[in-house]
Design a binder for this molecule. Structure first.
Ligand code: PY5
Length: 306
């Protein structure tokens, strides 16, 4: 039995709800060999009476775009993927916080690198999920591995193969006792974390690297920029130098899994006074109220399941 099937009963696979045990692939699956897959990470928040999925449609739009960038067609519309997500959560009857993992991959189509005409499989799985990074804050290392440049692969795509870059970067950081890695881009400017976007605060101004820094265009990054601007903060999308990380008043990471996570140390040096900063904590609180549906100003970002 798959260890996953202790956490979920049903998976949506190629248009149908199947038993978790039957959501399997063959060892000769193309995507397993070459990383020819695109995926998403989405969260659903249980607030005691309903499960709200955060920016579901936006994630599915990115999934469809990722496939387009890699060069295959998903075969499902954004609307169909949205409905399928709700269907699979309902089938499992989850009444707690969940993480949703849709993936579209090249299946059993041979070993050629030419994916033209190869079968595309799509699955959506959801399972109970808590924190991804330490909620109180993380210690990061600026890793020696640079973020893959967008002139080598379309890094705007959330494509599986690209994650080998994140895996080696995080491996290096963890081996040296850090919690997370920050990758610089090919030019030496700050790109992002292994699975998160990066924000800094200096003199009350919030800044985050632009999409031209080979980053993944995060949905949480977009949400945080909106929220911060609505709160009256100035938010800049601009190149950030490595040394700015070392003199920033505050740094935080954003991502579906990481949500808003304060950075306490960079390369062993404290960020500010080494405690989560006030702007970080304020944004974190607002974000929490939004995803649980307490803050109704951003209700359009939530899709209720039940
Ligand atoms: N950058 C990278 C490389 C990411 O993998 C992610 C998300 C982000 C930025 C943030 O994007 P978003 O805000 O749209 O989530 N990472 C996934 C997640 O679910 C997988 C992490 C293991 O957070």
């Amino acid at each position: 039995m798959s260890v996953w099937c202790r956490r979920l009963r049903y998976v949506w696979l190629n248009g149908r709800i199947v038993e978790c045990e039957n959501a399997r692939v063959h060892v000769l699956t193309h995507a397993l060999h070459y990383g020819s897959a695109v995926f998403e990470g989405i969260r659903g928040y249980w607030n005691g009476s309903n499960l709200n999925i955060f920016r579901l449609r936006d994630h599915m739009v990115r999934l469809v775009n990722s496939a387009k960038l890699v060069g295959f067609n998903l075969g499902y519309t954004v609307e169909q993927l949205v409905d399928a997500t709700i269907e699979v959560i309902k089938a499992n009857n989850f009444k707690e916080d969940v993480y949703i993992r849709p993936i579209a991959f090249i299946g059993e189509g041979g070993i050629s690198l030419d994916i033209t005409g190869m079968p595309v499989e799509v699955s959506i799985a959801a399972f109970p999920f808590g924190k991804y990074l330490k909620a109180e804050g993380v210690k990061v290392k600026i890793t020696s591995w640079r973020r893959i440049p967008s002139f080598s692969v379309p890094v705007m795509a959330k494509a599986s193969g690209i994650y080998l870059n994140s895996i080696v970067a995080l491996r290096e950081a963890r081996r040296e006792g850090y919690d997370e890695a920050i990758l610089l881009d090919w030019r030496g400017y700050v790109a992002e974390g292994s699975g998160e976007n990066v924000f800094i605060v200096r003199g009350g101004v919030i800044a985050t690297p632009p999409i031209t820094a080979s980053i993944l265009e995060g949905v949480t990054r977009d949400s945080v920029m909106r929220i911060a601007r609505d709160e009256g903060y100035t938010v800049e999308e601009r190149d950030i130098t490595r040394e700015e990380l070392l003199v920033a008043d505050e740094i935080f990471l954003t991502g579906t899994a990481a949500e808003i996570t304060p950075v306490l140390e960079v390369d062993g040096k404290p960020v500010g006074d080494g405690k989560p900063g006030p702007i970080t904590m304020r944004l974190k609180e607002i974000y929490q109220n939004i995803v649980t549906g307490v803050d109704v100003r951003y209700k359009s970002w939530l899709t209720p399941v039940y």
